[in-house]
Design a binder for this molecule. Structure first.
Ligand code: SF4
Ligand code: SF4
Length: 70
């Protein structure tokens, strides 16, 4: 599962750009710092590859395996 700590996000869009499944997009809501942060569009399609977390310069994304996918 992917957790986005929206408060840390600076809206750079790297996570959106590099997600191999293209399931992140910049949303329409600003965080406290005034940045638009990403939202996941198709959570069930996520392969928990953690590319989004690795690309994030702010450490705003955490990816954990587990749950029901093998
Ligand atoms: S873990 Fe991988 S597939 Fe899931 S949102 Fe992040 S980059 Fe995309
Ligand atoms: S890579 Fe990090 S800082 Fe950049 S948009 Fe994604 S969550 Fe925000």
């Amino acid at each position: 599962m992917v957790q986005i700590n929206e408060a840390l996000c600076k809206g750079c869009g790297y996570c959106v750009k590099f997600c191999p499944k293209q399931i992140l997009q910049i949303g329409k809501t600003r965080n406290r710092r005034g940045h638009f942060y990403p939202e996941m569009t198709h959570e069930s399609a996520c392969i928990t590859c953690a590319v989004c977390a690795m690309m994030c310069p702010e450490g705003a994304i955490e990816v954990s395996k587990g749950g029901d996918d093998a």
